[in-house]
Ligand binder design. Structure first.
Ligand code: LRH
Ligand code: MN
Ligand code: MN
Length: 388
């Protein structure tokens, strides 16, 4: 147990979690966006807020951007601002879902001119990556159809494959294309990248620099997500997570809030397959804080990922293997459940205090006065992007 604990502390000290810039802007559903006082008004302020999350947790040194939501004149200045705050810019997300031209699709659109426009947007994103030092280009394809017969499903896949090839060709060595899937929405009959299998097939056709993004909110209810994690790791193609929680659809709730046991099972596969630290998996959050305050929402999310990770690290792998080999069904399950049932908060408190941080980042932020200061100083916060 002491060995496990020491090993867990060591791994937790190296773990990093990437924050989404859009978590710091006002967001909402298609029904209402509730504005919050002090919310970030531009990408620079989003980085300042993200820096608070990193300052109190010590494990969130990168921020993903979304283009055009985070479009600025000079990305070098934005990257310098990040560096001054002790941060780096992470994945650059493209946006194929807010342009009138994309009504019938973007990379799959029947009209080559629209496809060219969508590809050109990725050239802009790659330029942003060069200016910011980012290495991950993240692409979620919203394309799909609403009615059977609306378009030729196979022709759409062929057009997609061609478009992806052009985007892949834009990458510099050392850059990755992360391809995200989602089973439905904004279209409701056939989505062009609905699942990990489709995403993986396209990545395999593209080459080593193409990897799959698993957004935990993008599956049908009841899907065994940890199985997908294992399968993608086995194929060497799990590039990143978009962590969030869902009860119904793509709810984008705080990771680990709806089903902490699922998050544990996911992190268990990560640890079991040696993918926590050096396997190239980018652990990103993709969440919106529609009614809760944003910086504490991100702090809570980071803490939830840390707790699930800590529990996964405490699984007694030798005992597990022994029970599995012996065919001890309940014994093997009990090894996992013992780890899941462990209160890891003291371990994480020790980790933080060892780095000179407060044992409770959430409480430390509340005491810091930052929230009151931004509420006073910032007027007229912006919407994160949806509908903006
Ligand atoms: C799509 C998605 C994708 C987008 C983000 C804002 O539902 O998960 O990652 O870029 O939401
Ligand atoms: Mn996502
Ligand atoms: Mn989503």
């Amino acid at each position: 147990m002491t060995d496990l604990r020491a090993g867990a502390l060591e791994a937790l000290a190296q773990q990093t979690i990437e924050l989404p810039s859009w978590a710091f802007g006002n967001s909402g559903t298609r029904f209402k966006v509730f504005g919050q006082p002090g919310v970030a008004r531009d990408p620079f302020e989003k980085l300042e807020d993200a820096a608070q999350v990193h300052a109190h947790t010590g494990v969130a040194p990168r921020v993903s951007l979304h283009i055009p939501w985070d479009r600025v004149e000079d990305y070098g200045t934005l990257a310098k601002h990040a560096a001054d705050l002790g941060l780096r810019l992470g994945a650059i997300n493209s946006n194929l879902f807010q342009d009138d031209d994309y009504r019938l699709g973007s990379l799959t659109h029947p009209d080559a001119a629209v496809r060219r426009k969508a590809i050109a947007h990725h050239a802009e994103c790659v330029d942003v990556m060069r200016a910011t030092g980012s290495t991950d280009l993240k692409l979620w394809l919203p394309d799909g159809t609403n009615y059977a017969g609306q378009d030729d499903l196979r022709a759409r896949q062929d057009r997609l494959a061609e478009s992806l090839q052009e985007i892949y060709a834009l990458l510099d060595p050392g850059m990755r294309l992360l391809v995200e899937y989602k089973f439905f929405e904004p279209y409701f009959y056939a989505t062009d990248i609905p699942d990990w299998g489709t995403s993986l097939l396209h990545c395999l056709a593209l080459g080593e620099q193409a990897q799959v993004v698993l957004d935990t909110g993008h599956h049908a209810p009841g899907t065994n997500i940890e199985f997908i994690v294992m399968q993608l790791l086995r194929a060497g193609r799990l590039g990143a997570f978009d962590f969030n929680s869902r009860n119904y659809a793509d709810d984008d709730l705080i990771v680990g809030s709806a089903d902490p046991f699922q998050l544990f099972r996911i992190m268990n596969e990560i640890v079991q397959n040696g993918a926590l630290l050096d396997a190239g998996v980018n652990f990103m959050l993709d969440q919106c804080h529609n009614i809760e305050p944003k910086i504490p929402g991100q702090i809570r999310s980071v803490m939830n990922v840390q707790e699930a990770t800590a529990k996964a690290l405490l699984v007694d792998r030798d005992a597990l293997r022994e029970a599995q080999t012996a065919g001890d069904v309940l014994g093997a399950n009990a090894v996992l459940m013992d780890a899941y049932g462990t209160d890891v908060r003291p371990l994480l408190a020790e980790l933080r205090e060892g780095r000179g941080l407060d044992a409770d980042p959430y409480a430390a932020y509340a005491r810091s006065g930052y929230q009151e200061r931004i509420a006073r100083e910032r007027v007229g916060g912006r919407q994160a992007g949806w509908g903006a």
